[in-house]
Design a protein around this ligand. Structure first.
Ligand code: F6R
Length: 367
């Protein structure tokens, strides 16, 4: 209960293993994934062959959507776009009956996301929603809803909403890869294994990183800027980490695709500036290490987040945080844990109301 944690945000961060178990319950079986709602949807809509997928969402849910884009694109052989709902509702490319729209919203009441959904439906596109709330507007207006079952999220900052959304997207990607015979079908056994151990791996991340992150948060107290860098899925995760730090700790945190630093942002790297380098994607590791060396050469203070035992990353950073290794698609769930904890502890050190950050509301019902 709340007394054990002091704040909803910390309580909700700690609840993630349980929340993920609920997202997976009755869907992840010994032999595969079943989402009856998605079966019904395909049966009714006869959408046997979508030509494109557009994921619409706002804020943190958009970041989950960007992760989903990369996963779905790899699993299926269909172009997938991750659109910011408020932008999409103003301007978008072709939309028709061959388009599958996936709308993601924890609350199911975000006005921008609902407007995007209406826009999509007007053009005949089919809509699958991923939401945490039954009976929400989004759930009611969509053709199919996959509930995340994260439980109530009361802190303004989304934490368990995000990790359960990615979990739901991975489940959906498995179901769609089977239905549409996507080229990612071969990845399914490895993904199933990773999903079976996901809740335990999240628990390990909490234990492995909490104290070190608490200490690093003290270091950020007198800093004005912080950078997060990563490639591929690590870049998307960097965006989410930056948003959390801005929102909860009022710290100017910026995320960059690690390879882009040299095209401008490197000019901002001065001695001692904190940089969080995400290096969780095995196939991008060598390039990530080169990028870390570039910021180290400018004397940044680099904290690396990588998988257990990776001494090549630990050799080039000032501090390393290890997290368990999982399937690359699920690393954004695991590596989100230390970033959420950092935002929380940095907000506390700076003396802010972490559950109710200034100028923000939990559910944004205006466009
Ligand atoms: C950030 C945060 C927001 C929400 C966004 C969308 O921590 O909570 O960025 O993610 O307002 O909210 P939902 O998912 O309810 O549509």
């Amino acid at each position: 209960n709340l007394q054990d944690y002091g704040h909803y945000m910390l309580k909700e961060i700690m609840e993630q293993p349980e929340a993920i178990k609920r997202t997976l319950k009755d869907r992840l079986t010994e032999s595969g994934v079943v989402i009856p709602e998605v079966d019904d949807f395909f049966a009714k809509r006869k959408l046997t062959d979508p030509e494109r997928i557009i994921i619409v969402a706002s804020g943190t849910s958009h970041h989950a959507g960007m992760i989903g884009k990369k996963i779905l694109e790899t699993m299926l052989d269909i172009p997938v776009e991750a659109a910011i709902a408020s932008e999409f509702r103003c301007e978008h490319g072709r939309l028709d009956e061959k388009t599958l729209v996936i709308a993601i919203s924890q609350s199911g009441e975000t006005a921008d996301t609902i407007s995007a959904l209406k826009e999509a439906k007007k053009s005949g596109a089919a809509v699958i929603a991923i939401s945490n709330y039954r009976k929400s507007t989004l759930a009611r207006k969509s053709d199919c809803v996959i509930y995340t079952h994260a439980g109530p999220e009361l802190a303004v900052a989304a934490t368990k909403a995000y990790t359960t959304q990615i979990t739901a997207l991975v489940l959906l990607s498995i179901v769609l890869a089977k239905k549409l015979h996507g080229s990612g079908e071969g990845q399914i056994p490895a993904l199933l294994d990773a999903l079976h151990s996901l809740a335990d791996d999240v628990e390990k991340c909490l234990v492995m990183t909490q104290d070190a992150i608490d200490q690093f948060a003290q270091v950020t107290n007198d800093q004005e800027h912080l950078f997060l860098i990563g490639r591929g899925l690590d870049y998307v995760l960097a965006l989410e980490g930056a948003l959390k730090l801005q929102e909860v700790a009022y710290l100017h945190a910026d995320a960059y695709a690690a390879g882009e630093m040299k095209h401008g942002t490197m000019a901002l790297i001065t001695p001692g500036v904190p940089v969080i380098a995400l290096a969780t994607q095995e196939h991008l590791r060598d390039k990530a290490i080169n990028n870390i060396k570039e910021v180290k050469a400018r004397d940044a203070y680099v904290v690396g987040i990588t998988t257990t035992g990776d001494d090549e990353v630990s050799a080039v950073v000032d501090e390393v945080l290890y997290i368990p290794e999982a399937h690359p698609f699920l690393m954004p769930v695991l590596a989100a844990i230390p970033l959420q904890l950092l935002a929380y502890y940095a907000g506390i050190v700076r003396g802010y109301d972490v559950d109710r950050p200034r100028n923000l509301a939990k559910s944004l019902t205006v466009e």
